[in-house]
Write a protein that binds this ligand. Sequence first.
Ligand code: AMP
Ligand code: MG
Length: 282
Amino acid sequence: MPKSPWSVPVTEALHASGVRVADLDTNATPGFRGDKKAGELLLEQRRTVLSGLQEKLYANGRSGDPRSILLVLQGMDTAGKGGIVRHVIGSVDPQGVDHASFGVPTEQERRHNYLWRIRKQLPRGGQIGVFDRSHYEDVLVVRVHELVPQDVWGKRYDEINRFERTAADAGTTIIKVAMFVSLDEQRKRLTQRLDRPDKYWKFDPADIGERAHWPDYQKAYQDVLDRTCTDYAPWYVVPSDRKWYSRLAVTELLIDALEALDLDWPPAHFDIEEQRRRLAAS
Ligand code: AMP
Ligand code: MG
């Protein structure tokens, strides 16, 4: 048998337990034996596998199976969340994707509990839900900028765990991905956004100000990983300086979650022979 391109399964290589955010090597490629070329080649193949599994999930959903997948993407600006949506999620049938991105809450959203807008976007049976940012912003940006007092955000870790537990119990496999780039890599990517007219639209002057809060964000991310990595909704830490690696890694995480559902094609709800006869006679 040919040697696996992974020395360690991705779910082990990237699991958040024990990770120190401040010491993370964001340029690393944990568990993967190959280089960029090998990674890109493999990604092409694995996108097809992912797409086949997703079609089965969707087919089962159409037949009433309540199970779904939720991919939560968190990361600082330029970490590559959008690239995951385009290059990983982009390989599956869009009918089967429930995509939601969470920005600064609207006035209406602010009138509700922070989980209100999140709950509304949980994936239906058969869907892959993708959160580009999420309820974790309510213990990240909200904490770093003290948008609510500590006794409010401090309670949210347990609330979030309970919320995710309920979703998991209802049939949603939750995969949480924290993407980390280095401060230098972020500067390069922000510079590109200023150098290239096709990237201006992604540039937000506020992102530069956030760089000054890097250590605060690292601390906030550390608490997220320490307090909300659970059996039913684990965190995976993805070093993201190399885009080919982060895309491949998330593809593998999704494939792993879908394979664990052990899906079959839903059986026919009609008599096949009878339908053949009718069709032949029609
Ligand atoms: P982007 O993902 O680049 O479109 O930016 C979305 C912005 O919305 C980021 O700066 C987030 O920090 C911010 N954001 C998301 N959720 C919240 C929240 N609950 N409270 C305040 N800001 C938020
Ligand atoms: Mg942005």
